[in-house]
Design a protein around this ligand. Structure first.
Ligand code: DON
Length: 574
């Protein structure tokens, strides 16, 4: 059995990205990395050691669920900025013809209250929902990853956890991305002595190229391998979470950890451009935004417009403006003011499409959100994509929210706690970390799941399967949509589709965010003439994707914006 493993060394990836950014809109340099190809399974993730963990498990006879969990747990070691045990996520799975989603999103602790981030004057307390354990939701990853394996995995649990234990106990090489990330966020990490002791001993982060060992995290993972989720959600580790949170003004309790349950949910399902698509339902807005995007673009006959011309970009922006306006109505499925069925209903999409004009931008403050009346007349993180040799697929996005979450490592457990509480509408009318204005449906409440934008997605047509998703906060659905459209509308090769430059719009602020050179100067001018305001950003998402023919060739592509790592098992595992 041969293994092809493409690792994006950070310098090479940076050079490639630089080349890409010099190119005119949508054109891809001949030197861009090739997708890895093989028929025994494929893994794409944000870190070489994590992709290798997934491949190792596939080679040992594991299936896509085993490999996805092994990859996610390895990310929890080598990519602490986003990979996690102290956060949460979502997975979309397709095993045979059965499609499911697993929601292991964090929940608000039992003591959370609607106005917990406001001062006596009703003003937002700066940083309260972002820094320190008061910002942390109840972690969903320990129970979620365990549940995914229990329901769909094939190998013994301990074998799936083993690569992560090895990385934490024996050490892993610190890459430039991690070293730079720690330096950039040294204020946050240095704020908590518990965190600094792990990630900045002696006040310094690790050098790129050095070996890092995480003995406390290794011990936590060993307990997890031996006893499953209860090893973390109950007993001494849960008690350590409560103690650490309490010491820094948090309200997370051991009882919250024990009470947490992941939930299997029906996916958001729709058809787009001849493909079947399954994506994440509430409490993520991602699947709804993706479904509205595709549904509106089909109605507007988007595919017939010139590929890199102003008309196509204009229509994308107009569609997203509307999808993100509807997002304000969304929240935990128990309190959401609109559902996927309502926002993806044919008559609502028809009405929305009718009001989009090709010649002129609509002002965002003029866009009416969905309402029952209108509806009856007529939307720091890491993504991984896995397929096994039988064509089973897992698309998984996990998050701590901001880079390194709330900044606090739990002593005795070795993992960082998230700051996912900021994904709630913590102050009415005020934008969150991603500039999203959110609604009452997403207010803080005990046990509620905060609204997400994460969009793990699987699309298929016949035997051809695409597994896709992205980090990027509010940009996630749009990064995912653009790569999917490159594949299913324009027939790009997988790596080309991932590489292409992207744009973003999210209703408010009423700005079009553009990666360098995504728009030719003429297209940019044409969009400005229609009333769009353009704003440069360094990146829109980080899409790690795999694609394969069931029983045939598979490809894995990493996003050079990352960089990540894409690899395949070259021949079927015997
Ligand atoms: O769930 C969400 O939508 C956010 N917490 C995701 C954050 C994110 O993608 C940050 N990373 N780039």
């Amino acid at each position: 059995m041969q293994i092809v493993f493409l690792m994006a060394k950070s310098r090479r990836a940076a050079a490639l990205l630089f080349l890409l950014l010099l190119l005119p809109s949508g054109v891809i340099d001949a030197a861009h990395p090739e997708a890895a190809r093989g028929s025994g399974g494929a893994v794409a993730s944000a870190a070489p050691a994590a992709t290798e963990a997934g491949l190792e498990v596939l080679r040992a006879g594991g299936n896509a669920a085993d490999a996805a969990v092994a990859t996610a747990l390895a990310l929890a070691v080598v990519r602490p900025r986003a990979g996690n045990l102290g956060g949460g996520g979502f997975a979309v799975t397709r095993f045979g013809s059965e499609v499911k989603t697993l929601d292991f999103r964090e929940t608000a602790p039992a003591e959370a209250t609607r106005d917990m981030y406001l001062d006596e004057q009703g003003e937002q307390r700066p940083g309260a929902s972002l820094i320190g354990p008061l910002a942390a939701g109840v972690p969903g990853s320990p129970a979620g990853l365990y549940e995914l394996h229990k329901k769909l995995g094939r190998l013994p649990w301990a074998e799936v956890v083993a690569p992560a234990i090895r990385l934490a106990r024996d050490g892993f090489t610190v890459d430039r991305r991690l070293a730079n990330g720690i330096e950039k966020d040294s204020d946050l990490l240095g704020r908590f002595p518990e965190t600094a002791a792990v990630w900045m001993p002696g006040g310094q982060g690790p050098e790129a190229g050095s070996t890092m060992r995480l003995p406390e995290l290794a011990a936590t993972l060993e307990a997890y391998a031996a006893r499953g989720a209860p090893a973390i959600t109950e007993g001494p580790i849960a008690a350590a979470v409560e103690l650490a949170a309490h010491r820094h003004g948090g309200i997370l309790r051991a009882a919250d950890m024990a009470a947490y349950r992941p939930v299997w949910r029906e996916p958001v399902r729709f058809e787009a451009f001849g493909w079947q698509v399954a994506s994440m339902p509430l409490p993520s807005a991602g699947g709804i935004i993706l479904g509205q995007t595709c549904g509106l673009l089909e109605r507007l006959e988007w595919a017939k417009f010139s590929r890199f011309g102003a008309d196509r970009y204009h229509l994308l922006i107009e569609v997203w403006r509307r999808a993100y306006a509807d997002r304000v109505l969304l929240g935990d499925p128990r309190t959401s003011l609109a559902s996927a069925a309502q926002l993806l209903a044919g008559d609502w999409l028809d009405l929305r499409a009718e009001r989009i004009r090709l010649a002129k931008a609509t002002r965002s403050d003029r866009v009416r959100k969905w309402s029952r009346d209108l509806g009856t007349q007529s939307q720091e993180t890491t993504h991984l994509s896995v397929m096994d040799g039988e064509g089973n697929a897992v698309s998984m996005t996990t998050t701590l929210n901001g880079a390194f979450g709330c900044g606090l490592v739990v002593p005795g457990a070795g993992f960082l706690l998230n700051n996912e509480m900021d994904d709630f509408a913590t102050a009415p009318g005020k934008p969150n970390l991603y500039g999203l204005i959110q609604g009452e449906a997403n207010s803080v409440g005990p046990g509620k799941r905060m609204l997400s934008s994460m969009t793990p997605t699987i699309a298929w047509r016949g035997e051809d399967v695409i597994v896709i998703g992205s980090p990027g906060g509010s940009k996630i659905p749009n990064a995912t949509a653009q790569v999917l459209l490159n594949l299913i509308v324009d027939g790009d090769e997988l790596q080309t589709a991932v590489d292409r430059a992207r744009i973003h719009h999210q209703w408010m602020p009423d700005l079009v965010f553009t990666e360098a050179h995504v728009l030719s100067p003429e297209t940019a001018k044409a969009l400005e003439r229609r009333g769009h305001e353009l704003r440069a950003v360094s990146g829109v998402g980080e899409v790690h994707s795999v694609r394969g023919e069931i029983g045939g060739e598979m490809q894995a592509a990493q996003d050079p914006r990352g960089p990540g790592a894409a690899g395949v098992v070259h021949t079927a595992v015997d």
